[in-house]
Design a protein around this ligand. Structure first.
Ligand SMILES: Cc1cc2nc3c(=O)[nH]c(=O)nc-3n(C[C@H](O)[C@H](O)[C@H](O)COP(=O)(O)OP(=O)(O)OC[C@H]3O[C@@H](n4cnc5c(N)ncnc54)[C@H](O)[C@@H]3O)c2cc1C
Length: 396
């Protein structure tokens, strides 16, 4: 414990000495955080914060030091994140490298692939995207048709992916391909790592009604990917796909635990701003009850998730229970976003134009974006199926 106290003191002092001013500035949404990669144009200070944290491996605090990670144990990592939170520091880096493919490589990747890819993720040099969904394969992902045929030392890929978040900004993709069309559908899939600069890979952003283009279509025409880029074994990709989804679902579930709002530090503070206070308490008793219940649910879920993450850091592989987290975390985030719109009243229904602050427009947009949480990473219905079959053991 004395060691942990020393670590806390040293970590805090180091953070205070090294964090640039911008690291203390609140960020309106995850899109505004640093995702790294070769294509990013950094705001001044953001790259400095990334580099200084990466130099200690603290962009990936629990990853082994031999790959450039922080090498912290789970208690130290918890202390570090507590100190960052108490100083109000933003994360120096986020992305699918840190939250999805990195953890999978640590769990299942060969030493060669780990050495090739983990340092670039930790330093924020490479941004990753996920090539799972296809026009005919969403919930029924194992029906995917993108073909990969062996030719010499390479696979040659042909097909199409869809809903590829940020493919236009990514440098590498982890992709599921069909390598044996004659095998049962779950047994003919391979998990590959593909450089987006490979000839034959083209990306077309999908423009949404909001004007934003967070998703892309990705087309593959005779794209050559080295055979050594297989994670796991050829035709063993379904096991890798599920393992990665365990990490993805835990990450999405974490959205339900945030206690910050766009405008204030906490939901009760945000409600006080809009609804006013009487005798030190929120003036609307019904909303007061609902906010209290949401905060209790959020805190309980946060602790459950922290326990599970501790288990993962101690080597426990995420299993089908991550579907429970994904389902519940999604519902919590959606409840919270809806409540924020409700609290703001008409001011929570701005889209753009006059009469709404940037923060109020953000509240509306975050509320709409949260609807996607129950689709991405596998829909809520699919999570319920997994919970029924693989957690509760119910018959088909
Ligand atoms: C914000 C967002 C980001 C995304 N990012 C990515 C990405 O980066 N990479 C990627 O590969 N994909 C991505 N996706 C795609 C996502 O994985 C799919 O949308 C999702 O798996 C559902 O597939 P689908 O859209 O084809 O819907 P469908 O599978 O066609 O489902 C339609 C409806 O039918 C229901 N349904 C389907 N099967 C069953 C069943 N067996 N039992 C009960 N109900 C069922 C579903 O729950 C849903 O309500 C993203 C999606 C969103 C919303």
């Amino acid at each position: 414990m004395a060691d942990l106290d020393t670590f806390r003191r040293e970590a805090r002092a180091w953070l205070e000495a090294n964090a640039p001013k911008i690291a203390y500035e609140p960020v309106p949404s995850t899109d505004d955080l640093c995702w790294g990669g070769r294509k990013v144009a950094y705001e001044p200070g953001v790259k400095q914060w990334l580099d200084v944290m990466a130099s200690r491996g603290w962009t990936a605090p629990t990853w082994p030091a031999e790959y450039g990670g922080g090498g912290l144990d789970r208690d130290e990592a918890r202390v570090l994140s507590q100190e960052m939170a108490s100083l109000g520091l933003r994360p120096p880096l986020i992305g699918f490298g840190l939250s999805m493919i990195g953890p999978l490589l640590l769990q299942e990747g060969s030493e060669e692939l780990r050495r090739e890819h983990l340092p670039g993720i930790i330093r924020g040099e490479v941004r990753w995207c996920q090539g799972y969904s296809e026009p005919g394969a969403g919930s029924d992902l194992a029906s995917l048709q993108t073909r990969a045929v062996v030719d010499g030392d390479d696979f040659v890929l042909n097909g199409q992916k869809v809903w590829t978040s940020y493919a236009d900004k990514a440098d590498w993709m982890f992709i599921l391909v069909r390598t044996d069309p004659d095998a049962p559908k779950h047994e003919g899939i391979t998990f590959l790592l593909m450089d987006m600069a490979t000839p034959g890979v083209s990306v077309r952003p999908i423009r949404l009604i909001s004007g934003a283009s967070p998703f892309c279509e990705t087309f593959l025409t005779d794209a050559r990917v080295p055979r050594r880029n297989v994670v796991g074994r050829v035709n063993g990709g379904w096991t890798m796909a599920k393992a990665l989804l365990g990490h993805e679902r835990t990450m999405i579930a974490g959205m339900g635990t945030s206690d910050r709002t766009t405008t204030s530090d906490s939901l009760p503070d945000y409600a006080r701003e809009y609804l006013g206070v009487e005798a030190g308490r929120l003036s609307d008793p019904v909303l007061r009850d609902r906010i209290a219940q949401l905060e209790i649910d959020r805190r309980c879920f946060e602790l459950t998730l922290a326990r599970s993450r501790d288990g993962m850091k101690a080597g426990h592989k995420p299993g089908p229970e991550t579907s429970i987290f994904k389902l519940y975390g999604t519902e919590l985030n959606q409840r919270r976003r809806e409540m924020m719109v409700q609290i703001a009243g008409p001011q929570g229904l701005g889209w753009d134009g006059e009469g709404f602050s940037d923060d109020e427009i953000r509240v509306t947009r975050d509320w709409l974006r949260s609807r996607g949480n129950s689709i991405e990473g596998g829909t809520s219905e699919v999570q319920l199926n997994i919970i029924a079959k693989r957690v509760l053991g119910l018959p088909d």
